[in-house]
Design a protein around this ligand. Structure first.
Ligand code: NAD
Ligand code: UDP
Length: 312
């Protein structure tokens, strides 16, 4: 298979490129390096089946491929709110350009959607049938509504043009190759702990998230893309739910650091709870996460320890 991965130099994209190469696929990695890094894919660059293209998904692109994974989009609130108009364009134009290519070359196409399509959910935990509670004019809307519109485009291209689509709704995922300044909670807490800084809890820390280790997530991506039965959307995430305070305490324990917990204001529209129902993934894909938070955090802490010692 010849596979295009947009956003391939990012956190998830680089792990996906690696898995695809391992199983013998040819990979074209397209990225504008907004939040991606060359070092994420540095170890792949000499691979004979790997090719890197610097390009922005807002502008059309053309490749002869069998499959497309569309991951290009900043995922951390800090980054997607930096230039919200660009975030909407990346999601919407990126989806149109990727779908246009899929239609032209008859490729199966995968969309990295998000649990953010559920907004601040009033139904808990969240099944795929839940239609969400998104504030369309808030600071997170550029991401949430951009992703919702991308899902709409995927299903319209499917109905109108017969494009073969696969849509995954990703819940909070963590692991090696997150950026140290990414702004997301797992990388923030680990970097703060390793640097002996205070750990910043936004609000009272009673809000919850369910954290999935990156290797589990990528396995879910491949199972969805490789099967012929369902289009999705499918929730992929770890259903074990933790409060943000519990996460902070676990990071302190595992790093052995002396950091204190400090409170900072809760950002606007920050969802209070998030937990996937993964019955569809279990039944249709035979998928469920294997890596528990403690084990995944240990691997992620080891990654950041090495990275920070290289940089110092
Ligand atoms: P990331 O920021 O590490 O990766 C995104 C990649 O897309 C980066 O390499 C970035 O440079 C690239 N990119 C951004 N805008 C682009 C543009 N206009 N043109 C070309 N490339 C562009 O984030 P990630 O965590 O790897 O997320 C990957 C995808 O998964 C995103 O679509 C994100 O919305 C989705 N997702 C991730 C999570 C998570 O917890 N990691 C949760 C839900 C959804
Ligand atoms: N958060 C926090 N401290 C931080 C970063 C994030 O308490 O340094 C909180 C944030 O307010 C949210 C949760 O952790 O409630 C997850 O935030 P993240 O940005 O990782 O992802 P998202 O909100 O998109 O799920």
């Amino acid at each position: 298979m010849r596979v295009l991965v947009t956003g391939g130099a990012g956190f998830l994209g680089s792990h996906l490129c690696e898995r695809l190469l391992e199983r013998g696929d040819e990979v074209i990695c397209l990225d504008n390096y907004f939040t991606g890094r060359k070092r994420n894919i540095g170890h792949l660059r000499s691979h004979p089946l790997f090719e890197m293209v610097r390009h922005d998904v807002v502008d059309p692109f053309k490749f002869e491929v069998d499959r497309i994974f569309n991951l290009a989009c900043p995922a951390s609130p800090v980054h997607y709110q930096h230039n919200p108009i660009k975030t909407v364009k990346t999601s919407v134009m990126g989806a149109i350009n990727s779908l246009g290519l899929a239609k032209r070359v008859n490729a199966r196409i995968f969309q990295a959607s998000t649990s953010e399509v559920y907004g601040d959910p009033t139904v808990h935990p969240q099944p795929e049938s839940y239609r969400g509670n998104v504030n369309p004019i808030g600071p997170r809307a550029c991401y949430d509504e951009g992703k919702r519109c991308a899902e709409t485009l995927f299903f319209d291209y499917h109905r109108q043009n017969g494009v073969e689509i696969r849509v995954v709704r990703i819940f909070n995922t963590y692991g090696p190759r997150m950026l140290p300044n990414d702004g997301r909670v797992v990388s923030n807490f680990i970097v703060q702990a390793l640097q002996g800084q205070d750990i910043t809890i936004y609000g009272d820390g009673q809000q919850t998230r369910s954290f999935c280790y990156v290797d589990d997530l990528i396995e879910g991506f491949l199972r969805l893309m490789d099967q012929d039965e369902i289009t999705g959307p499918v929730n992929i995430g770890n259903p074990n739910e933790f409060t943000i305070r519990e996460l902070a305490e676990l990071v302190i324990e595992l790093t052995g650091c002396q950091s204190k917990l400090i409170q900072q204001p809760l950002p606007a529209d920050d969802p209070m709870q998030r937990q996937p129902i993964i019955d569809v993934a279990r039944e249709k894909l035979g998928w469920e996460p294997k890596v528990q938070l403690r084990e995944g955090l240990e691997k992620t802490i080891a990654y950041f320890r090495d990275l920070l010692s290289e940089e110092s």
